[in-house]
Write a protein that binds this ligand. Sequence first.
Ligand code: SAM
Length: 271
Amino acid sequence: MAIGKRGPASDACSDCSDSPVELSADTKALLDLFLANKAEEERRFAVLEEAAQLRKMEVDVPLTVEELQELKDTPMVSVAEFKSTFGEDWQLSQFWYSEDYAYRLAKALHDQCTPETKIAFLCCPTAYVAFQHTKPLPNARLFEYDQRFAVLSPKQFVFYDLDDPEDIPEIYKGHFDFIIADPPFLNETTNRKLLRTLKTIVNPKGCKILLHTSTEMENNGTLAKVYTEPPFGPLKRTAFEPEHGQLANDFASWGNWEGAETFGKDYGDGA
Ligand SMILES: C[S@@+](CC[C@H](N)C(=O)[O-])C[C@H]1O[C@@H](n2cnc3c(N)ncnc32)[C@H](O)[C@@H]1O
């Protein structure tokens, strides 16, 4: 394959040859692989999008009881499928958990939930997918800025912008029994915005909060400074250490509840 570029810039270059740039076989193979992966990602997304359209239509279209049940039973994609459909957008600070970590976390979370638990996943789509793939709970919600994830389960997706931290649908105010959060940026401002959201959506009768972030936020005193008053703090570091694909940053997780230090202890690697 040859890629050539003609135009004013090339006309002005007297030393340039007119022959188009030839890609080496290795580069061409890499490019072909990239394009094939991209096409596969788009194909998977289109399939999810179509299924999501059907599920959204369930209230408007007179579907049979069986059809409705079938749509409701549509299982959540696996973490592997999620990762091959939704590439990380680094502009949005997206770094997905490893499959192993996402499922270990899902299991530990399920062990703390009942079928009625109202659980919110803030800025952590992989954790949400693993949780709902393992065993879907009707009152689980994904709060996310990236609207691509709405196709996963349109009725459980809540658009959320950390820059507008209290702009939350009325029904979710004072609503949640459990909140998992992994904010996109590693600084005090972001954590202060997150705290404002937490204050808006926690069930005042009690709510477990599990925060994932870089250990730097603990080491530089940000967590102790931001999450001070109960029930939001002080936070205790849990036994769960998040794993990502290729992210070098050291991550950990913190919980607000009594005994949070042992959370994840029995869910070790490969458990
Ligand atoms: C550090 S990632 C955490 C993802 C997590 N490791 C996972 O695998 O599920 C942060 C998330 O915040 C989301 N995000 C980025 N900007 C945001 C914003 N302004 N408001 C809310 N969420 C945002 C990204 O889309 C991303 O999913």
